[in-house]
Design a protein. Structure first.
Ligand code: ADP
Ligand code: MG
Length: 246
């Protein structure tokens, strides 16, 4: 007759560490609750699946590269009343990701655009999606570097592995011709294939200003807004609110 330890050791040998660790407890539960053989088998495999799922989510959170952790649970819809909790919650079934639609948050600094984008990104990861966060500036720099190395296509293909690309702060700086061309290549590859959450301080009609050639803004904007949920966020800066309260 094998001991629990020696059986656990065999599970460990097959990298089923959650089962190895939980074996004794589950055996106890099986006795106490008179589990059927099938229930017992299922309980064991569920342990392993849960642990793996948790690890995958942690890994995807690290890969996403969020600059800070922001939760939708901490978002104050009283202060930011241009968007309702219901509207945000309606995005959380992630139909927009399955349908390859985009989300755009437009508003001046401090109104909560990045907070909402990161909060949505974290929820998407918890639901099993792969997300990548980048500021527009960093993204354009990365594309430029790749382009100089003759690896633009490769870089874009890497980004296409994510279900959702969060591009934060488009519009704070003007972009040169090559930067705009590279961005267009990326947006074109993502179009109707992957989703984008974009935050920007500029309304679409002003987008020409931060593209080297206003005319080229048109096809980029067109692709982003074609299938998109657009939220205009008004009101005061939340940063100012914290200053006034302190
Ligand atoms: P934006 O990206 O629009 O410039 P942020 O999302 O970075 O603004 O918000 C600035 C700061 O204020 C962040 O620390 C953010 O968490 C916080 N903040 C903004 N709006 C809200 C809100 N409605 N509820 C809670 N915190 C908020
Ligand atoms: Mg921001």
């Amino acid at each position: 007759m094998s001991s629990i330890d020696s059986v656990a050791q065999k599970y460990r040998g097959l990298y089923l560490s959650a089962i190895a660790q939980g074996l004794e407890t589950v055996l106890g539960q099986a006795e106490t609750h008179a589990l059927s053989y099938l229930q017992f088998a299922e309980t064991l495999i569920e342990l392993e699946l849960q642990q793996r799922n948790g690890k995958r989510i942690e890994q995807n959170q690290r890969r996403a590269g969020f600059p800070v952790h922001k939760s939708l649970d901490d978002f104050d819809y009283v202060f930011q009343s241009s968007i309702s909790k219901r509207e945000v919650n309606s995005l959380l079934d992630f139909g927009f990701l399955d349908n390859r639609e985009n989300v755009v948050f437009i508003g001046s600094p401090g109104v909560g655009k990045t907070h909402l984008a990161i909060g949505l990104g974290l929820k998407a990861i918890a639901s099993g999606y792969k997300v990548y966060f980048s500021t527009a500036l960093t993204l354009i720099e990365a594309l430029e570097l790749a382009e100089l190395k003759g690896e633009l296509k490769k870089k874009i293909n890497q980004l296409l592995k994510f279900d959702l690309l969060i591009i934060d702060e488009l519009g704070y700086l003007p972009m040169n011709k090559q930067g705009m061309h590279n961005l267009f290549q990326l947006i074109n590859a993502l179009y109707e294939y992957r989703s984008i959450i974009l935050t920007t301080n500029k309304e679409f009609t002003h987008w020409g200003e931060f593209f080297y050639d206003g005319n080229v803004a048109v096809p980029i904007v067109d692709r982003i807004i074609h299938h998109s949920h657009i939220f205009m966020l008004g009101g005061e800066s939340y940063r100012l609110k914290s200053k006034l309260n302190n």
